[in-house]
Design a binder for this molecule. Structure first.
Ligand code: FAD
Length: 298
């Protein structure tokens, strides 16, 4: 989950990113904000933390030389679920999302190692319900279950606080005088507070959906992002066609409803593949493998 790359591997990363230095105490990225990309540490230390309550931060890991900060969010330019700060002055290579996708293809073995770490990190966040939004309401309320289902299908860690039993949740509801019909309320990692949001409103707040460029014309539009839709998108890409995949709920279809956490993370990684540029997917001899797909189907 936290591999240390040797000097040769770090050298291979250089051409995909930009050198950057961070002073001690500098925030590298913040939960709820889109990060600059994957951050490979050449020297110094970066501490990754999760938020507990308003002012309490719990350490998850400290990255030193040869290690890299990031998880699945960095693969698709989605907001981070955790915070990262500089413990000791850092020299780093910052690899933005598009270049990270290039790296996965052009440096297949290194890409596989990084992809594996990114998936396992998301699995750990999911298992520990670390990061992500907090739903405050009655646990058996229909809308709480709906939001939980949506977040689970979207591979998003989250927590539910019972507004009758949890003192913090109760205080929040009382202090801000929420009417019962406002429940559940959702606290997003970017600090926004939503009152009984629909799935789409929540998805937008979490950065799960981004605007579609109206200028871009696709060769194929695929409606439904279950296994069939995702496979169609990959094959469209392999034929050199640009494809857009649309879903009214979440990626993964029925397969995600009863999926394990590792499958969830895998499928979330596969969502990223849909947006990879066509020449990348088309180049069948590029060395790119589908390590996690073949494992899952085995
Ligand atoms: C409990 C359970 C266990 C299963 N176990 C297995 C198993 O072990 N092995 C196996 O091979 N198969 C299993 N299956 C079956 C497998 O999940 C399905 O065969 C597979 O998901 C079908 O894929 P699909 O892409 O055709 O459709 P779906 O998975 O149904 O995906 C369709 C997608 O289209 C979206 N959609 C629908 N209408 C619209 C619209 N109007 N606009 C936008 N989007 C839309 C939906 O939200 C959904 O995401 C299982 C299914 C279930 C329910």
């Amino acid at each position: 989950m936290f591999p240390t790359l040797d000097k040769k591997a770090m050298e291979r990363l250089r051409r995909f990113g930009e050198a950057k230095t961070y002073a001690a105490g500098h925030p590298v990225f913040r939960a709820g904000e889109v990060t600059p990309g994957l951050i490979a540490v050449l020297s110094g230390k970066i501490e990754v933390t999760q938020r507990r309550g308003h002012d309490r931060a719990e350490s998850i890991v400290t990255h030193g030389p040869g290690q890299f900060a990031g998880e699945l969010a960095q693969l698709s330019a989605r907001p981070s679920l955790v915070d990262a700060d500089v413990l000791e002055p850092v020299d780093a290579i910052v690899i933005p999302t598009t270049r990270l996708q290039d790296l996965m293809v052009q440096e297949a073995d290194l890409g596989e190692q990084i992809m594996r770490a990114l998936i396992l990190r998301r699995v750990r966040l999911l298992e520990g319900n670390i990061g992500g939004p907090v739903i405050i309401g009655h646990p058996n309320q229909t809308d709480v279950l709906r939001l939980q289902g949506f977040l689970a299908r979207s591979g998003q860690p989250h927590r539910v606080l019972d507004c009758d039993k949890d003192p913090c949740a109760r205080a929040l509801v009382e202090r801000f005088k929420f009417d019962p019909h406002h429940l559940p309320i959702v606290l997003c990692p970017n600090g926004k507070l939503l009152r009984n949001p629909g799935d789409r409103e929540l998805a937008r707040c979490l950065g799960l959906v981004t605007p579609i460029n109206p200028e871009k014309i696709y060769d194929v539009a695929i409606v439904g992002a279950g296994p069939a839709g995702l496979a169609a998108a990959v094959y469209a890409g392999s034929e050199g066609l640009s494809a857009i995949v649309l879903d009214c709920r979440a990626f993964g279809g029925q397969a995600l409803r009863h999926a394990s956490k590792i499958t969830l993370a895998f499928l979330q990684a596969s969502q990223v593949l849909r947006s990879w540029r066509e020449p990348t997917i088309r180049h069948k001899n590029s060395g790119w493998k589908w390590p996690f797909l073949t494992k899952q189907s085995g």
